[in-house]
Design a protein around this ligand. Structure first.
Ligand SMILES: Nc1ncnc2c1ncn2[C@@H]1O[C@H](COP(=O)(O)OP(=O)(O)OP(=O)(O)O)[C@@H](O)[C@H]1O
Ligand SMILES: [Mg+2]
Length: 254
């Protein structure tokens, strides 16, 4: 496609005191990709999210997002540039309806454009956009429900909707299906795939369920003891002997 990668991670390292959690991690993510970062418990996946999205400063290395150096930038600056992280359901306004939860960030995003003389028009546009978003998330029929009464799976979808409403370029999801029933997991995964297909948003996610990873990821990155052990298509990762030995074990045959 000839475009720059949306994310460039270059020799990223993170230590907590003596303990090195990330070691010289380097890779790129292309626009509109759906990439999954996998690795055993404690491999450093969540730490990687925390360093890239600004919660922690790296000990070494560089992160470029959409052509800008975001190394060590504060989270609000990073999210303003369009790199959005899901923050679990704590981000949701539980006393408000599903639609109101989506409308608030949409209005914030379009804020400047909502001038007084175009008021009604803009209002209708934002209403319409919120309903389109809810439709993509399969939540249209729950638009007017109070968020606190939603199932866990629905709440996590609202959380993704809130992220989407700020028009991000890339969304990072740390175990989006954690704690879900198999049915909720299946629904979440097919919605993420649909969002990836129908929008320009890049998706980056971790996931423990290998069946899920191998069925949806276009590319897989394997983190092992803080180092990037391998990257490639699901097929390449499945066939990689180092990965099999270090991580997948028997489940690679599944
Ligand atoms: N703030 C911190 N201070 C000290 N050590 C930390 C901190 N955050 C994470 N660690 C350590 O870094 C290592 C990697 O943790 P991390 O949570 O990034 O792993 P993970 O790959 O996300 O694991 P999981 O699959 O269980 O979610 C662990 O040994 C953890 O104890
Ligand atoms: Mg984690």
């Amino acid at each position: 496609m000839g475009t720059e990668p949306i994310l460039i991670v270059d020799s990223l390292s993170k230590s907590f005191g003596e303990f090195q959690v990330l070691r010289d991690v380097s890779f790129t993510v292309e626009e509109k990709e759906l990439v999954s970062l996998i690795g055993p418990n404690g491999a450093g996946k969540t730490t990687f999210y925390n360093v890239v999205t600004g919660k922690y400063k790296p000990s070494k290395g560089q992160v470029l997002f959409a052509g800008k150096d975001i190394t060590g930038s504060p989270p609000h600056r990073i999210s303003r540039l369009g790199l959005c992280r899901s923050f679990q359901i704590t981000n949701i306004f539980l006393e408000n309806t599903v639609k109101e939860n989506i409308l608030a960030p949409l209005v914030a995003y379009h804020g400047k454009g909502l001038s007084i003389w175009r008021g009604l028009n803009s209002y209708n546009q934002v209403q319409e956009e919120s309903m389109d978003l809810l439709e993509m998330l399969g939540l249209s029929n729950k638009a007017h429900q109070i968020a606190k009464y939603l199932s866990y799976g629905d709440k996590r979808l609202v959380e993704i909707g809130i992220a989407m409403a700020s028009h991000p370029k890339m969304i990072m999801l740390d175990e989006p299906t954690a704690g879900m029933t198999p049915q909720e997991t299946e629904r979440m995964i097919s919605i993420i795939q649909r969002l990836n297909r129908e929008t320009d948003i890049t998706f980056f996610l971790t996931e423990h369920d290998m069946k899920v990873v191998f069925s949806i990821a276009q590319r897989i990155l394997v983190l092992h003891q803080g180092s990037l052990l391998a990257q490639g298509t699901p097929r390449e990762i499945k066939d990689n002997p180092q990965v099999r030995q270090a991580y997948l074990g028997e489940s690679a045959d599944a």
